[in-house]
Unconditional design. Structure first.
Lengths: 234, 288
């Protein structure tokens, strides 16, 4: 039986009075890529933020390798090997491309990812390493954001809306790089609006609807009609 | 020649104003905190220097070795123990808390040191000067103050743009949430920023005390000069802050030359003109 890397159990998350997640439970086994799909406002980003340490949640609602990490500050969560590529890239605008990558690597967790390895994966970043991160194109920014996250040598990596706002040809490049990005780690979660893409890379899919899990399964077990029903709640 | 002299003296005092401003600008830049107690912390440093100089017998410059680390440690403790809890989406709590801190420091100093004016003795430095021709004399102490101000600004610039901690400062300033995802402990980074700010405050306080008399109520005026220098120079630009300090110093010196009562007024007027014509300052930080 494969090891459970990440376990989320009975997770409720709130923004003030507003409840964004209701009793969400899921697990990711070693080597799995879990895709989370769902409409806007379904709670996908909140789920990732809860795991990454950006939401106040009970300690035992998120277990990483059996240890509670729920409610730890984000800077502690990343030390344990969980990292997030945030929605909209969110590179540091006053830092150069290389400085953005170095910020990701400043924890000095040991592993295969170094500045050189990132530049091998995304050669365009090496050419543009001295320019401010904001002067990159959207696709290059996404590469930089992925590189920045990898620099912490995560065991578990989460991508929030990886293809949002990018040209299809760029999305293709990014997804082409994903297997080698994920292969080094113990597991990954991808939040994606492009369902076709999500189903291609994922080993398992979860659909969120209004803060609750409305569907869970393996990509080839799910047909379009089932997904669409879970997605829109029809 | 009197006018040239006024400008020269104004430039030199501008260095001191830049020291007032640098720490203020640094804190605002990193954590969007407007430290109303900044001026009072400068005066507090001057009093601490007064005590430590009396206790150790060290001269003004050597005494910096004691006051600077002391204020830096105080800054870190102040940030971790108090100010971090005021930071959030709302900018009002840090304003109110540092305003309260300002009142506490002023009254604390008043009850311990009384309202008497004090001065830091700097021995021979106080009176030494040398002529640079044309009947203009430059005081050694003002010149040292100016050179140290330039040195401090250069050092801060180096820390900000060429060291890992500076990179963390800028990243946290850009996006505190993502900075945390990258493993940066905001509370610690803010503590370091306040430590650095109060180290500069310590230098400012010592040279303020050596240059003029001070009393427990001297702080708010220094805060105002600091603010004006920051705004004139442009937020987030350290060399701009130095230029802002110099412009303020020169404006005050020229004002005083016209009429002694116009010294402060001239500084405020130049500040208002810059604010009206270039609200982002003369040398705003270049964005993206």
């Amino acid at each position: 039986m494969p090891e459970t890397v990440l376990q989320v159990s009975h997770l409720n998350a709130f923004y003030g009075q507003f409840q964004a997640l209701f009793d969400v439970s899921l697990s990711v086994e070693a080597g799995e890529v879990l895709a989370i799909i769902g409409a806007n406002g379904a709670g996908k980003s909140t789920l990732l933020k809860s795991i990454a340490g950006l939401m106040q949640v009970p300690a035992r609602s998120v277990l990483f390798r059996g240890r509670p990490v729920g409610g730890l500050p984000a800077n502690e969560v990343v030390k344990r090997g969980i990292t997030l590529v945030p929605e909209g890239r969110r590179l540091f605008p006053s830092l150069s491309v290389e400085e953005n990558l170095l910020i990701g690597g400043q924890l000095k967790r040991p592993g295969r990812w170094t500045l050189d390895e990132i530049y091998k994966l995304f050669p365009v970043l090496r050419d543009r390493r001295r320019v401010p991160a904001t002067s990159l194109s959207g696709g290059q920014q996404q590469m930089c954001a992925i590189g920045r996250a990898l620099m912490s040598n995560p065991e578990f990596i989460m991508f929030d809306e990886i293809s949002l706002g990018l040209a299809p040809v760029i999305i293709k490049d990014i997804y082409a790089a994903l297997p080698s990005v994920i292969a080094g780690g113990a597991g990954a979660i991808i939040v994606e609006q492009d369902i076709t893409r999500a189903l291609e890379v994922a080993t398992r899919v979860i659909c969120l609807q209004e803060g609750r899990i409305s569907l869970e399964g393996r990509p080839r077990e799910l047909d379009r009609a089932t997904i669409s029903a879970a997605y829109f709640g029809t | 020649m009197e006018w040239v002299n006024a400008v020269v003296q104004g430039i030199l005092v501008g260095g001191l104003y830049a020291l007032f401003a640098a720490g203020l600008s640094l804190i605002f830049g990193v954590m969007r905190l407007v430290n109303i107690a900044h001026g009072d912390l400068i005066v507090l440093s001057a009093y601490i220097a007064l005590l430590t100089m009396q206790a150790t017998g060290l001269d003004l410059m050597t005494n910096l070795i004691i006051v600077v680390p002391l204020m830096a440690v105080l800054g870190y403790a102040l940030q971790r123990g108090l100010l971090n809890f005021t930071l959030g989406r709302d900018i009002l709590p840090p304003l109110l808390v540092t305003f309260g801190l300002s009142i506490i420091i002023q009254n604390g100093l008043l009850s311990y040191f009384t309202a008497d004016s004090r001065r830091l003795r700097s021995g021979a430095l106080e009176v030494s000067s040398f002529p640079i021709g044309g009947g203009i004399d430059i005081g050694v102490l003002p010149l040292i103050t100016f050179c140290i101000a330039v040195g401090v600004i250069a050092l801060l610039q180096f820390v900000f743009y060429a060291t890992p901690v500076g990179r963390a400062f800028r990243a946290t300033s850009d996006d505190p949430e993502v900075a945390r995802i990258m493993g940066i402990d905001n509370r610690h980074i803010f503590g370091l920023a306040m430590a650095l700010s109060l180290a500069v405050v310590a230098i400012a306080g010592v040279f303020l005390g050596a240059r003029t008399i001070f009393d427990p109520a001297s702080g708010p005026a220094r805060l105002l000069f600091g603010f004006e220098a920051v705004i004139i120079g442009g937020l987030g630009n350290l060399w701009g802050t130095l230029a802002g300090g110099i412009i303020l110093g020169v404006a005050q010196a020229i004002g005083a030359q016209i009429h002694p009562g116009w010294q402060l007024l001239a500084g405020h007027i130049v500040f208002l003109i810059v604010l009206a014509v270039r609200p982002r300052g003369l040398f705003p930080r270049v964005e993206g």
